[in-house]
Write a protein of this length. Sequence first.
Lengths: 221, 152
Amino acid sequence: MHTVIVGGGKLVYFLCRSFLAKGYQVTIVNRSAAECTWLARQSKATIVLGDGSDPRILQEAGATTADAVLAATPNDEDNLVICQLASLRFGAPRTLALVNDPDNEATFQKLGVTSAFSTTHLVSSLIEQRAGFEEITAMTSVAEGKVNVTEVLVKPTSPVVGRALAEIQLPDNSLIGCVLRDSEAIVPRGSTTLKPLDRLVVITLPENHGQVLRALTGDDT
Amino acid sequence: MPADRSLFIIVVGCGRLGTYLADHLSHEGHSVVVIDTNCAAFAYLSAEYSGFKVEGDATELAVLKQAKINEADIVVGATHNDNVNLMIAQIAQKVFNVPKVMARILEPQREKLCHTLGIVTICPTTLAGDGILASIRGFSIPAQEGADPCTP
């Protein structure tokens, strides 16, 4: 897999390091000569000096043969043009853009970028969803953040201990998908009764996530 | 001179081109909104300019909405940054269905992409270049009559 990354800073450096460790081929495009020199010394990636939104530079970076092009500069407008050039001019099959303005996530996808991520959005939703719930051990978002899958520990003090699922009033559009008990996975029915130290795999939407967790943990935070 | 029908025009960028356009369009009786990241740039508008001024980064959707892009008849990207102009033009055309959209693009290499995307561009570099080339091609050295023009 060949990835072209446009941008700089620690983010690009660590991304590049993790991609190289997985055996991917990485080319970094950066417009600062000093940063290019530093990146070339620190990593085995191919480094191209220049403006990534210039078609000649993208071509030099191998955009025509890349499997994915990631635009991670600090400017949304540059990231958009980089992704559009990569896909329309050079036929890159996947383009990814970092965006600052969370509103641009939807706009970019409408304008042909395969995936757009807003770091503001990701960090703020992580903070909102994690803060205050110590029982939550793992959480992933699927379908571009539309659905959350969370693992919740049932503490002995939880209001749901000793109750059957059918009795527990959970908000609409949420589901306890699995109960992990004594290293055994149970796909629960309405009659399944929850015990202390069960681990629940809970499926929620971002809008009811907090409500569901409060119902299961009894925390008012 | 009032226009046949007053248009609602958003000009993004209040530099030399932006002020030129905003002043003329406002003078012709159109409703104009000019957007710039730096409010000091509005000082270059003429005293007669009667449109609105929005301070903000037009690549931020909220700023475009504040300028009422959903009601605009025409949006012109006139900042000094090609990518900003191209992004705003696309948002105007594809997200807000603005009927007429134009972007000033300085780098001729990028024009091809704009055309693929269906964005109308004006490239001052090729306009000036073609003008100068045409003028050079039409020029011939007048027939010499004796004296060498190089010696004073």
